[in-house]
Design a protein around this ligand. Structure first.
Ligand code: HC1
Ligand code: SF4
Length: 573
């Protein structure tokens, strides 16, 4: 161990530790912008480019994020020299930054704005050249505005090292350096999966989501239309953060009340369709297992993962489940069953809006094969953050609302659906149903804890009526790549693999409130979902009475003809 003092506090840390990390051990906060270290997902962004974290050590100033501790080192983080240097650095960053904070998507969540406020910057003494490049609005999910980029490289590390997609990298030299794409292609024309994890770590407004809020207000304004809304599992344990509640606080009832107050006529739950997905996917899995073909079956609810497999493993497109995602199954049932059969409304006169923790869902909703004819299953998708903005815009006091319940029948769900939002949850939900169907006996302990938790690759072997089923749950596209390379080489022992693109699953989605690098927030959201599950009476999708009624009245058999037409899809290489 190396012994040093930071602001007079003694600390001992392993050799090789950076001053910034050592300071955290003695609760000394050193402001920084580019550095990001998240052990849970193996992300270390250590380019030491912003120089905000200057501290006094020995004879001069050093960047705390890029300097190793030394035996006997005396570090002072708030000497007049350090504060002056930090302020100068931030002023220099601001001298080449648009000053449109009031109308920036990141207003209130921007780390540069927060540091400028913390450092008491009241004027920017420098002026000079400004970077100007066109903003990239090409995709359905992500807006890239290089003029707001501070070259921290967090997005690059996320995209290249964690997700192994490799879309973003530093191009050009000197003042012209920017984070660009291959041949400067528009984002829509790259291999971007729209996972949105670059947005999650961008400290400024350089990477943001496509704003669909005006479209939703417009839909709500059209009085002749019936507007139906669905809410994804992971939203209910994160939306509260935007209103000062703890991460993981279960806000389902207040969120439903807020959606009604905003003006949605029918407030339904994506969870209903998550249960439906399980009936279809478990049927498909059992079918493939019996035939011994097209294994492992790969879950297909994550749209960024589907983009990734389509782009990177086009010869393995027989493996993902043909099930549409719950978002899309919901839209299909809303427009083909609920509209025409329950409320006597033509699908053309309906809008299906989804609230998702995800920016790739915006792209998924736009995929033309996910609908019937010209009518898309889902018309508009917005994120958890966008819903929070709408609630604020409407002046609704979420925290003090009386709790309300989802409408029936498309709002009824089991605990198996709630856990979809955490990595391993879809797999666990599928096992609860597949086990009971195959063994024709009751599964007493429904909790498959082996596939829970933040680890990137989790596996288990489960005895189902004498057949050992090898299962795996993986999150992050980098981990998915490891699994897929084994599958491709013929070395995989798995029968079923759940893949989620975002490390930790949808609770960490690119559309969730910003976690600013604190993965404890993500863990608390996941814990919230498991709490909802364990508090529910019904915890197996195939016991959901609303789903059973839907099959009886409308769909027929799981994995049958109508189900295939409305609930399944195909993939493109
Ligand atoms: Fe997800 Fe899913 S769990 S993909 O993470 O299968 O987005 O929450 O809605 O569709 O249900 C996201 C979450 C979500 C779908 C479900
Ligand atoms: Fe890379 Fe995902 Fe960002 Fe696309 S959305 S650039 S794949 S991190």
């Amino acid at each position: 161990l190396v012994n040093l003092t930071i602001n007079g506090k003694a600390v001992s840390v392993p050799s090789g530790t950076k001053i910034l990390e050592a300071a955290k051990k003695v609760n000394v906060k050193i402001p920084n912008l580019c550095h990001l270290h998240m052990d849970e997902i193996n992300m270390v962004n250590q380019c030491a480019s912003c120089r905000v974290c200057m501290v006094s050590a020995g004879r001069g100033l050093v960047p705390a994020c890029g300097t190793n501790v030394k035996e006997g080192m005396v570090v002072q983080t708030n000497t007049p020299q350090a504060l002056k240097a930090r302020k100068t650095v931030v002023e220099l960053l601001l001298s080449d930054h648009p000053k449109d904070c009031l109308s920036c998507d990141k207003n209130g969540s921007c780390e540069l704005q927060a540091i400028a406020a913390d450092l008491g910057i009241r004027e920017v003494r420098f002026s000079g050249e400004h970077s100007t490049s066109p903003t990239d609005y090409s995709s359905k999910s992500i807006i890239k505005d290089n003029d707001k980029c501070i070259l921290c490289r967090r997005c690059e590390t996320m995209c290249n090292e964690v997700q192994t997609v490799g879309v973003l990298s530093g191009v050009n030299r000197g003042f012209n350096t920017e984070v660009g794409t291959f041949f400067n292609a528009d984002m829509a024309d790259t291999e971007c999966t729209f996972c949105g994890q670059c947005i999650s770590v961008c400290p400024t407004g350089a990477l943001t989501e496509v704003n669909n809020i005006p479209k939703v207000w417009d839909a709500l304004n059209q009085t002749e239309k019936t507007v139906v809304v669905q809410v994804a599992p992971a939203v209910r344990v994160a939306i509260g953060e935007e209103f000062g509640l703890e991460p993981g606080a279960i806000s389902t009832g207040k969120m439903v009340a807020a959606l009604r107050a905003i003006g949605f006529k029918y407030v339904f739950d994506t969870n209903f369709a998550a249960d439906l997905t399980i009936l279809e996917e478990a049927s498909e899995f059992i079918h493939r297992l019996k035939e011994g073909k097209n294994l492992p079956i790969l879950t297909s609810c994550c749209p960024a993962w589907i983009n990734f497999i389509e782009g990177n493993y086009p010869d393995l497109l027989n493996l993902p489940s043909s099930c549409k995602s719950p978002q899309e199954m919901f839209g299909s049932i809303a427009k083909n069953y609920f509209g025409p059969k329950v409320i006597n409304t033509d699908p053309k006169d309906m809008y299906v809006i989804s609230i998702m923790p995800c920016v790739a869902k915006k792209y998924e909703a736009s995929r033309s094969e996910l609908g019937q004819g010209d009518s898309l299953d889902v018309d508009i998708s917005i994120t958890t953050r966008e819903l929070a903005k709408m609630i604020k815009e409407a002046g609704i006091d979420l925290v003090n609302l009386e709790e309300e319940s989802f409408d029936s029948p498309l709002g009824d769900s089991t605990g198996a659906a709630d856990i979809f939002g955490a990595t391993g949850g879809v797999l666990e939900a599928a096992l609860r149903t597949a086990y009971e169907w195959v063994t024709d006996s009751e599964l007493e302990n429904v909790e498959f804890t082996q596939v829970r938790g933040m680890e990137g690759i989790k596996e288990a072997s489960i005895d189902i009526a004498g057949t050992i089923v090898n299962v795996c749950a993986t999150s992050s596209l980098g981990n998915a790549r490891k699994i897929m390379d084994e599958v491709k080489a013929g070395n995989s022992k798995y029968h079923i693999v759940e893949v989620m693109a975002c490390p930790g699953g949808c609770v960490a989605g690119g559309g969730q409130p910003y976690h600013h690098g604190d993965y404890d927030i993500v863990k608390k959201r996941a814990a919230g979902l498991y709490n909802i599950d364990s508090s529910k009476q019904l915890r197996k999708s195939h016991k959901n009475p609303a789903i059973l009624a839907l099959y009886k009245e409308f769909l027929g058999e799981p994995y049958g003809e109508t189900a295939h037409k409305l609930l399944h899809t195909h993939y493109f290489d």
